[in-house]
Design a protein around this ligand. Structure first.
Ligand code: FES
Length: 276
């Protein structure tokens, strides 16, 4: 891509409900040549424009070269997201990107991987999980800990069976509060983490979720013997403008939107607390 600040035109090819007030938006480029050139990595984000309303940055949840569309899981929480939620299949939107750094999938080859995903914050982990599933033999055991406030807020539920059936892959779900149909684990993801008790040996941890969840998960992981270098996270939940202007995402001397959104804990140690 020559200029990441140029918006591309396209249409919403599909919209699927993911959870209460969270939808999966599938974007298709108008220009096939642009679609071919638009390659991206797990963890990167892009701006989506609702014309006449504004644009906002969202983590990309599809996998470049595997999925046909560029997908975003978007919760209805603000002006732009409300406008997107009112749109239908075929409606025109703009997209610019991809932006940001990405999860170091090559660096963690041969290692076990533990995922901690919380709420819609788990959405950016979906392309990392999918990428590993497509190259399953290059990685060790995969343990996915997936959380939400309640069962209605669990995202990507239709993928859980394929995750469970993949070799050396284990899925553990938890909710803060169950309902009459829920017979799984209830409690914070940190409690689930204690119960599952992954070994730090030859293991990397990949986290995405609300900053408070990340903060307490890191504390728990350190108690379990994980070193900062073994803990990788995306802090995209803190982004707003996405271009270094609003000051909402600074962490120490770094800005999530300019230097991230993916960091190892060793890069931001001492600053995560101020982020919560
Ligand atoms: S999101 Fe506004 S400065 Fe980073």
């Amino acid at each position: 891509m020559e200029n990441p600040y140029l918006p591309y035109l396209g249409r919403l090819a599909d919209i699927q409900p993911l959870a209460s007030d969270i939808r999966l938006f599938r974007f298709e480029f108008d220009d096939q040549a642009v679609a071919q050139d638009f390659t991206y990595q797990p963890g990167q984000f892009a701006f989506v424009s609702a014309f006449g309303v504004g644009e906002a940055p969202f983590g990309i949840t599809s996998v470049s070269g595997i999925d046909d569309t560029v997908d975003f899981a978007i919760a209805k929480v603000g002006t732009v997201t409300r406008a997107l939620h009112e749109m239908g299949v075929g409606d025109k939107v703009g997209i610019r990107g991809p932006m940001g750094n990405w999860f170091p999938l090559d660096d963690i080859k041969g290692r076990n991987v533990v995922f901690l995903g919380g709420g819609i914050g788990g959405a950016p982990l979906r392309p990392v999980i999918s990428s590993i599933l497509h190259d399953r033999s290059s990685y060790g055991d995969m343990t996915i800990l997936w959380a939400a406030r309640n069962p209605g807020l669990l995202v990507f539920t239709e993928e859980y069976d394929s995750w469970r059936q993949a070799p050396r892959t284990h899925l553990h779900l938890t909710v803060d509060e169950g309902d009459e149909n829920w017979n799984g684990h209830v409690g914070l993801i940190t409690r689930l983490l204690q119960q599952v008790g992954p070994s730090p040996d030859n293991t990397s941890v990949v986290i995405c979720g609300p900053p408070i969840m990340i903060h307490f998960a890191v504390i728990e992981l350190q108690k379990m013997g994980f070193a900062s270098e073994q803990i990788i996270m995306t802090l995209e939940a803190k982004m707003k403008c996405g271009i270094g202007k609003c000051g909402r995402c600074n962490i120490g001397e770094k800005y999530v939107c300019l230097h991230g959104p993916v960091f190892s804990h060793s890069e931001i140690k001492g600053f995560l607390e101020s982020f919560v």
